[in-house]
Design a protein around this ligand. Sequence first.
Ligand SMILES: Cc1ncc(COP(=O)(O)O)c(C=O)c1O
Length: 436
Amino acid sequence: MHRPFDTAAQSQRFSQPSIGAAGPAFGAAFSAGIGAVNGSALRDMLRMAQVPGMVNFGGGLPAPDLFPMDRIAQASARALEQYGWRAVQYGTTEGFLPLREWLAAYTCPGMGGVTPEHIQIMTGGQQSLDLIAKIFIDPGDTVLLETPTYMGAVQSFTPYRPNFAAVPTDEHGIDMDALEALLRDLAMQGRTPKFIYTIPNFQNPTGRTLSLERRERLLDLTTQYGVFVVEDDPYGQLRFSGDDLPSLAELMLRRTGGNPDRSHVVYCSSFSKTLAPGLRDAWVMAARPITDKLVLAKQGADMHTPTLNQMIVTELLPLLPEQVDKLRHSYAARARHMLAALDRELPPGVSRTTPEGGMFLWLTLPEQVSTTAMLPRAVERRVAYMIGECFHALGGGHNTMRLCFSTAGPEDIDRGITALAQTIREELAGEVDTRS
Ligand SMILES: Cc1ncc(COP(=O)(O)O)c(C=O)c1O
C-alpha cells in the first residue's frame, strides 16, 4: 500500500536543499521562461529621463499635456454616480458590455458581423500580447517577428519559450518576398509558424506603415501557409498625413463576407495612446474560438479589467473624435519640427524614416557607429534616445535608434537634435569603430 509520509528515511530521501543563512537560492528557483527575458531597456530609459535638463527622445510616452484631465474627472464622477457599487464590484471577464458593443461597431466600421462576443477587453495592449502568447505558444513553436519590432511584445512572448524567426522590413513594412521565402523554407522543414506579429500603422519603433498592396499580400501568404496574424494597432488613429488604410482585420473581414469567425487575424488596439495609458484599457477583436480562449487566459491573469476604468472610458467615448484630432494636430507639428531639425543638423550618411502618424521615427547611422556605445556620450550632452538593438530580438540594428517626438516642445526638440547631431558628428570624426 502507498503511504506518502512514511518513515524518516523516506522523507530524507525526498528532502529539498534547505534555505541557508544567505537566504533562498533565487537564481535556481526561477523558470527558464522568465530567465530568457532580457532586462528592460525601457526602465533604464525612464531612469535616465530623471536627470535635470535631459531631452529624452527615448521614452515612448504619450504627451501628458494633452491628456483630457477635466473630462476624465467628470467621467469618473458620472460613472460612480450612474453605476454606484457596480463600478467597484467584480465584473465579467469579457468586459463591460456597453464598451464591447461600441467597440464591435467601431473597430471595423460597417462590418455588421462583428458582435460583442468578438471583443475582449484587456488591461492594456500589453496584456493582450501576453494572453495571446499564453493561448497560442507551446515551447518550441515558431513565432515570426517583423524586424525591428516592439520590444514589449518580445518580452511578453519570450516566457512561453517560442523560437523567433525574424522577417526583414523596408520603408513600406514587411518585405513580402522575404516572408514568402521564409514560409517556404519553414514548410520544407515541416514547421508552420503559430503567428506573425506585426504593427502595420506607424510602427513602433520605425514609424513606418505597411502599404495596402503588402497588407493584401500578407493575408494571401498567411492564408496559404496557415499562419495566424497578430495585428497590433495602438497608433492607427493617430494619422497626420497621407490616406487612412484599412486594417488587416478589416481586409480579412471583407474576404470572409463579414464573418469574423472565419478570420485568422487577431486585432489588438488600446485607449493608451488616444485617451490615457494609466487607464489600462485595451481590446482584442478576434474569432469566437479565440476570444473564448482569451477569456480563460484572462480569468487566470486578473479576472477582469478594472470595472470603473472601463466605465470611465465608456463615458469618454463621445469625446474620442475631438481628442484624436487634437493629438493628430499636435503630433503632426512636433514630428514636422523634429524632421526639419534632423534635416538641418544631421551629417551626411544618416538616414531617417518619414512617419505619417504615431509617435516615432527611426535613424540609421553609418555602419561603423554603435548607438549603444554612443549613448553615454549623448547623455553627457543631455539628450537620450532608444538604442536600436533592443528592437532586434535576434541581434542586429547596432547602428540604429528610435526617436520619440510626442512629448518634446519645439525648443527641446531643437536643443536635443543639435546635441544628438554633434554627438554623431564627433563619433564619425573620431572614426572609432565602436562596435564590440
Ligand atoms: C506596439 C505597441 N503595442 C502595445 C503597447 C502597449 O500599450 P498599452 O499596454 O499601454 O495599451 C505599446 C506601448 O507602447 C506599443 O507600442
